[in-house]
Ligand binder design. Structure first.
Ligand code: MN
Length: 286
């Protein structure tokens, strides 16, 4: 097997989203973009209780891409203008296809705030190609129990979306995309297959791993590797018990204009999105 070579490495620098402090490896100085992935926010772990609830996002719109939440710890509630009201727990995913417009709100459940605990997750912005940006909006959710798994010696690969070693994820994707949880015990080794049309990345959530026998990902230091699409995949060897999110996808290679909660191809289209939102054309959520 020919390994994909490393394109860029980055730590996971802190940034502010309004009053919320979180980590943002994409875009960052070293990884300005990882087409088709536009943005990755790693929030928490935050201690959540009645006095502290920093990650409670009120109603807001999206258009033109797929905002996805991967929950690492805690319990979050999603509501949207399509009428969905759902809760995800540890390992679960919320996969929004915003298309021509959706309003949503998300935050810890009242029960979770009451009982208290750690909240941690990843928000990913996955681009949509021009011909899908104005599609009907859609919402999908899967909890960890519904996801296909590949169990290995000292390792577990969970298929959130896409395909690995003949098994398929339950989430339906709009473009060719893979999303996997990778849990590896100390000493475990996993070969991740990546189609040669995909750009790929590995994001370390905890622990320490050696990738392709040369690159080290270590929590608090280097957190993300992006790969060229010049091989068949990569190998991860854990030097400590580790958790990673692995993403890959075919680059969309179109102009990107990100303005607030909208991602279109031109500035004219993002301006139209703001006008459509103000006129209520993206739906209603109270
Ligand atoms: Mn959102």
């Amino acid at each position: 097997m020919k390994y994909n070579t490393v394109r860029n490495t980055s730590n996971s620098p802190f940034t502010m989203m309004g009053p919320i402090e979180l980590r943002q490896p994409i875009p960052s100085k070293n990884i300005p973009r990882a087409d088709p992935f536009l943005l990755l926010h790693h929030y928490g772990p935050y201690p959540i209780n009645k006095q502290n609830n920093p990650f409670d996002l009120g109603t807001h719109p999206h258009r033109g891409f797929e905002p996805i939440t991967f929950l690492i710890q805690g319990e979050q509630k999603h509501r949207d203008s399509l009428g969905n009201v759902q809760i995800i727990k540890e390992g679960g995913v919320q996969w929004i296809t915003s298309g021509k417009g959706i309003l949503h709100a998300e935050g810890p459940t009242p029960e979770f705030i009451e009982k208290g605990g750690e909240l941690e997750g990843i928000q990913l912005w996955l681009n949509l190609p021009a011909h899908r940006k104005m599609m009907e909006p859609n919402y999908q959710q899967a909890n960890i129990e519904q996801m296909e798994k590949i169990t290995m010696d000292k390792a577990l690969l969970t298929i959130i979306a896409g395909e690995q070693k003949g098994k398929k994820g339950v989430i339906e994707t709009q473009t060719p995309v893979n999303a996997f949880w990778l849990d590896v015990d100390e000493g475990g080794e996993v070969v991740v297959d990546i189609p040669n049309t995909h750009d790929a990345l590995a994001y370390l959530i905890k622990g320490e791993v050696l990738v392709n026998e040369s690159e080290v990902l270590s929590y608090g230091k280097t957190a993300m590797l992006t790969f060229h699409n010049d091989g068949d995949g990569f190998v991860v060897k854990a030097t400590k018990a580790s958790k990673l999110l692995v993403l890959s996808g075919e680059p969309i290679q179109e102009p990107v204009v990100m303005e607030g909660p909208f991602v279109m191809n031109t500035r004219k289209e993002t301006l139209q999105a703001f006008m459509d939102y103000q006129q209520g054309l993206m739906g209603v959520l109270d």
